[in-house]
Write a protein that binds this ligand. Structure first.
Ligand code: AMP
Length: 189
C-alpha cells in the first residue's frame, strides 16, 4: 500500500494535484471536505449535525471527523493505497490516522505540503471573487477557512516534520511543474 497525505490551505491547488496523483498511482482519494459536503447535501443524520459548523467555516469536531474517515477507509479493503486530502487537520486526527493505518498493517508513507503563503491565497481568492462575484457570506466563510488553516491546521506540520515524514513543495507556479515535484517525492517514498 502507498498512503499519502496532501496538505495545504484552501486555494493551494490540492484538488488539482489530487486528481493527478490518484490517476498516476492508482490511489483511493479521500477528501473529508467532500464527504461532509455529500452528507449535508443528502441531509443525512451526520449532515444535519455538521451543516451549521461547516457553514460557519469552522472545523468539525475530531470525534465526528475521525469516525467518518475510519468508516470510509474501511469501505475499501482492496485499495492499493489512499490519498488523504483535508485530513488530518489536528494532531489528534494525525494520531488516529496512524493508528488506523497500523490496523491495516500499513502506514502514512509521506505528507506533502503544498506551500502557499496566506498572502498568496488571499490574492488568489480576491481574483476569483472579482471573476465569480461570490456573495459576501461565501466570502466570509472562505476567510474563516483560511484563518482556520493558518491558525490551527498548520500545527499538524511539526508532528510530521519531527518524524521526517514531511515534504514541502512550493505551491506557487505552473501546475505541471508542481506535479512533477510532487511525483518526484512520491517516487522516492
Ligand atoms: P475542505 O473542503 O477540506 O476545506 O472542507 C470543508 C469543511 O469541512 C471545513 O471547513 C470543515 O468545516 C469541514 N472539514 C473537512 N475536513 C475536516 C477535518 N479534517 N477536520 C475538521 N473539519 C473538517
Amino acid at each position: 500500500m502507498l498512503n499519502i497525505v496532501l496538505f495545504g490551505p484552501p486555494g493551494a491547488g490540492k484538488g488539482t494535484q489530487s486528481e493527478k496523483l490518484i490517476d498516476k498511482y492508482n490511489l483511493k482519494h479521500i477528501s473529508t471536505g467532500d464527504l461532509f459536503r455529500w452528507h449535508t447535501k443528502n441531509d443525512t443524520e451526520l449532515g444535519k449535525k455538521v451543516k451549521e459548523i461547516m457553514n460557519s467555516g469552522n472545523l468539525v469536531s475530531d470525534d465526528i471527523t475521525i469516525a467518518m474517515l475510519k468508516e470510509e477507509v474501511e469501505k475499501y479493503p482492496e485499495a492499493s493505497g489512499f490519498l488523504f486530502d483535508g485530513f488530518p487537520r489536528t494532531v489528534a486526527q494525525a494520531e488516529s490516522l496512524d493508528k488506523l493505518m497500523n490496523s491495516l498493517d500499513s502506514a502514512i508513507h509521506g505528507v506533502i505540503e503544498l506551500q502557499v503563503t496566506e498572502e498568496e491565497v488571499r490574492t488568489r481568492i480576491a481574483k476569483r471573487k472579482a471573476i465569480d462575484n461570490r456573495p459576501d457570506d461565501e466570502e466570509e466563510k472562505l476567510n474563516k477557512r483560511i484563518s482556520e488553516y493558518f491558525d490551527k491546521t498548520v500545527h499538524v506540520l511539526p508532528f510530521y516534520k519531527d518524524q521526517q515524514r514531511l515534504e514541502t513543495v512550493n505551491g506557487i507556479g505552473d501546475i505541471d511543474s508542481i506535479s512533477q515535484e510532487v511525483f518526484k517525492i512520491v517516487d522516492s517514498l
